[in-house]
Design a protein around this ligand. Structure first.
Ligand SMILES: *Cc1c(COP(=O)(O)O)cnc(C)c1O
Length: 219
């Protein structure tokens, strides 16, 4: 299959999962994860109509996306990997959405950079939903307090929650927990589901799915 065919295939599976879950078709946003792929690999996906992309590294993105954004209107770029405070300025300048707000220090750095640059990004809090030591994200039990801190102390609008469930478990219970936390925190968006489990995530209420290898191929 070509990359265009794989994109179509993923989109059809998203529509089928939306119908299966009694949700309206078009409800779920597809974030095409282009990490490790270069501009020549990404251009055909843009040409096929895809506009929302995810990257996990700021520096790698700076080598690709200024150029691609200049070529096409309406690109929306999501940061889905961990952010260090010393990269906050670059991240706020390049990205439209940061999905990995997970600690006070980075929330403060983002808030201060958005003020400095006069730019408002859409923000998600990343939750370490399986409490894995090697994974980033705020602990589930601290999520509501952290969202309230971002809102109250820093004046940030947190739109949703994001998670990456443990690879070895069935993801359903983790997706259900993220949805419950979002309800408690009063946020409406849920970024959950990747190539292996996006249809399951849609069944549990994902509003966006982050799909890489099913579109671009193996990394
Ligand atoms: C790489 C990555 C994805 C996409 O993973 P695939 O299995 O290739 O679809 C999704 N979310 C995050 C945070 C990632 O780093």
């Amino acid at each position: 299959m070509t990359v265009e065919e794989r994109l179509q295939d993923v989109k059809q599976k998203i529509s089928a999962a939306e119908r299966e879950a009694n949700r309206s078709v078009g409800d779920v946003v597809l974030v095409a994860v282009s990490k490790t792929f270069d501009v020549d690999a990404i251009r055909p996906v843009i040409a096929a109509g895809q506009r929302v992309f995810g990257e996990n590294r700021v520096q790698e993105s700076e080598g690709k996306w200024p150029q691609l954004k200049a070529e096409t209107d309406g690109i929306e770029l999501h940061l889905i990997g961990p952010l260090q405070s010393n990269k906050a300025a670059d991240a706020v300048a390049l990205f439209d959405v940061i999905e990995t707000v997970d600690r006070e220090k980075i929330a403060r750095a983002i808030a201060s950079e958005m003020r400095k640059q006069g730019k408002t990004l859409s923000l998600y809090v990343q939750v370490n939903i399986g409490m894995e030591p090697q994974k980033a994200g705020i602990e589930p039990k601290e999520t509501v307090a952290f969202v309230n801190f971002c809102r109250g102390e820093l004046g940030l609008t947190i739109e949703g929650l994001m998670c990456i469930p443990p690879a070895e478990d069935h993801p359903g219970p983790y997706f259900a927990l993220l949805r419950k936390l979002a309800g408690e925190a009063g946020v409406s968006k849920l970024s959950m589901g990747m190539s292996g489990d996006f249809e399951t995530a849609i069944g549990f209420g994902a509003t966006s799915v982050r799909v890489g290898s099913a579109i671009f191929g193996h990394r």
